[in-house]
Design a protein around this ligand. Structure first.
Ligand code: PMP
Length: 365
C-alpha cells in the first residue's frame, strides 16, 4: 500500500469529501445487480481508455470486487472457452496471479520477464519463450508499474510486442492496477490502449484500490473489448452469469465514491492533484535510492511502488536482526515505505551487501 512521509496510508481528500456527500445524499441500500454501479464503470472506462473507445459497442465492462475480482472473473470466462487456452505469465509476477488462473481451471505457462543483472525487462528471452504460445493463448501483461520489479518495456519494445501479439493471434489480458502512479494517467494507459487498438480481443482487469487509496473497499472493474458488437453482447451475458455465482453483486461503497469523484469536475481535479503528489513522492524516493549505490541505479527508471533489491534471503535476515529493517526475503520492497528522513540510514545499512560480490536474489513466482 502507498504510504506518505509519516508512514500512513491516508484516505485521499477527494474520497473523504465524496464519502461525506454520499452519506448525506444516499437514500437506499437496495441491491444494484451483478454488473454493479454502471455509471462508475462507464466513467472509469472513459478515463482509462480515452475518447477513442467511449461508447464503443465492442467494449463491455462490469464492476468487480477489486482488481483481484476482475482477474478472477476474466479467468472464469476464459476457462469456459472451447479452445482451452493456456495463460502465459512472466516471472516474477504478483504472487496471486498464478493461483487465480489455476483455481479457475486454466493451465499456466511462464516466460522470463525480469533480468536481475540489468534491472530491466529481459525482452529477448521473453519474446523467444512466447514463440511457443499457440494462437488463442492468453498473455497476462502488467499495464504499468510492474509488481514486484517496477521494470517496464521501453516504448519501442511495447510497440514490437503489440505487433507480435497481433500477428501471433494471442489474446492480451492486461492487469492495470496502478494507473497514474508511474508516469501519469495517460502515459500509464498507453500500452493498454495500443493493445486494444491492435488486437481483436483484449481483457482488462482494473483496480482503483491504489490510485484512489480505497484498498479495503475493494474497487475494480473488468472490461472485455471483443471483435464485434455481437460477441461483446454474448460475453457480457456470460460475465453477468459468472459474477452472479462468484459474488452475486460487488460491494457498492467504494465504487459509488469513485463515481462521485470522476463525475464532479472539482473532485476529479483534486483527485488528479493528489495522485500526482503520490506519484511524485514515489518517483522522488526512487531517484534518491537509485543515487545511493551504483547497483541500485536501475531503480530510477523503474516505476510504481515496488522494487527488487539485489539482496539474498540471508542478507534480508541479517538486516532484520541487526538493523530492524524489514522486507520480503526476495528483496522486494515497497518504495513508498521509505521516507526522505530514513533513506540515508536505509542506504547505509544495505550498502555493505551491495558492495559484496553480486548475489543472485531469489525469484518470486
Ligand atoms: N494486480 C496487481 C499487479 C497487484 O499488485 C494487485 C494488488 N497488490 C492486484 C492486482 C489486486 O488489486 P486489488 O487489491 O484491487 O484486488
Amino acid at each position: 500500500m502507498y504510504r506518505d512521509e509519516g508512514g500512513a496510508t491516508p484516505i485521499m481528500r477527494c474520497i473523504k469529501e465524496a464519502e461525506r456527500r454520499l452519506v448525506a445524499s444516499q437514500t437506499s441500500k437496495g441491491y444494484l445487480g451483478a454488473e454493479g454501479d454502471a455509471e462508475f464503470t462507464t466513467l472509469l472506462a472513459n478515463m482509462v481508455f480515452g475518447d477513442a473507445l467511449a461508447g464503443s459497442p465492442r467494449l463491455t465492462g462490469v464492476q468487480t470486487p477489486g482488481g483481484t475480482g476482475a482477474l478472477r472473473l476474466g479467468a472464469e470466462l476464459l476457462a469456459r472457452s472451447q479452445d482451452k487456452p493456456e495463460i502465459w505469465i512472466g516471472t516474477p509476477t504478483w504472487p496471486n496471479h498464478a493461483p487465480i488462473f489455476q483455481e479457475a481451471g486454466l493451465s499456466v505457462r511462464v516466460h522470463p520477464f525480469f533480468d536481475d543483472a540489468t534491472g530491466q525487462v529481459d525482452f529477448g528471452s521473453m519474446v523467444e519463450a512466447l514463440g511457443e504460445a499457440k494462437r488463442g493463448d492468453i498473455l497476462l501483461l502488467h499495464g504499468c508499474c510492474h509488481n514486484p520489479t517496477g521494470a517496464g518495456l521501453e516504448p519501442d519494445q511495447w510497440r514490437e510486442l503489440v505487433a507480435f501479439i497481433a500477428q501471433r493471434g494471442l489474446v492480451p489480458f492486461v492487469d492495470l492496477a496502478y494507473q497514474g502512479l508511474g508516469d501519469g494517467l495517460d502515459a500509464d494507459a498507453a500500452f493498454t490502449r495500443a493493445l486494444i487498438s491492435s488486437c481483436p480481443d483484449t481483457l482488462i482487469a482494473y483496480s482503483c484500490d491504489k490510485n484512489f487509496g480505497l484498498y479495503r473497499e475493494r474497487v475494480g472493474a473488468l472490461w472485455v473489448n471483443a471483435a464485434n458488437a455481437a460477441e461483446t453482447s454474448i460475453i457480457r451475458q456470460n460475465l453477468l452469469v459468472l459474477a452472479r455465482s462468484l459474488w452475486s453483486m460487488p460491494p457498492d461503497h467504494g465504487a459509488a465514491v469513485t463515481r462521485m469523484v470522476l463525475s464532479d469536475p472539482e473532485l476529479a481535479q483534486l483527485w488528479r492533484a493528489e495522485l500526482t503528489e503520490m506519484r511524485e513522492r514515489i518517483n522522488g524516493l526512487r531517484s534518491q535510492l537509485a543515487a545511493s549505490h551504483p547497483r541500485l541505479a536501475p531503480i530510477a527508471a523503474q516505476r510504481g511502488m515496488f522494487a527488487m533489491l539485489p539482496l539474498g534471503p540471508g542478507d534480508v535476515e541479517t538486516l532484520r536482526t541487526r538493523n530492524g529493517i524489514y522486507m520480503a526475503s526476495s528483496g522486494r520492497i515497497n518504495i513508498a515505505g521509505l521516507t526522505h528522513g530514513n533513506m540515508d540510514a536505509f542506504a547505509s545499512a544495505i550498502t555493505p551487501f551491495l558492495d559484496r560480490a553480486q548475489s543472485s536474489p531469489s525469484i518470486v513466482v
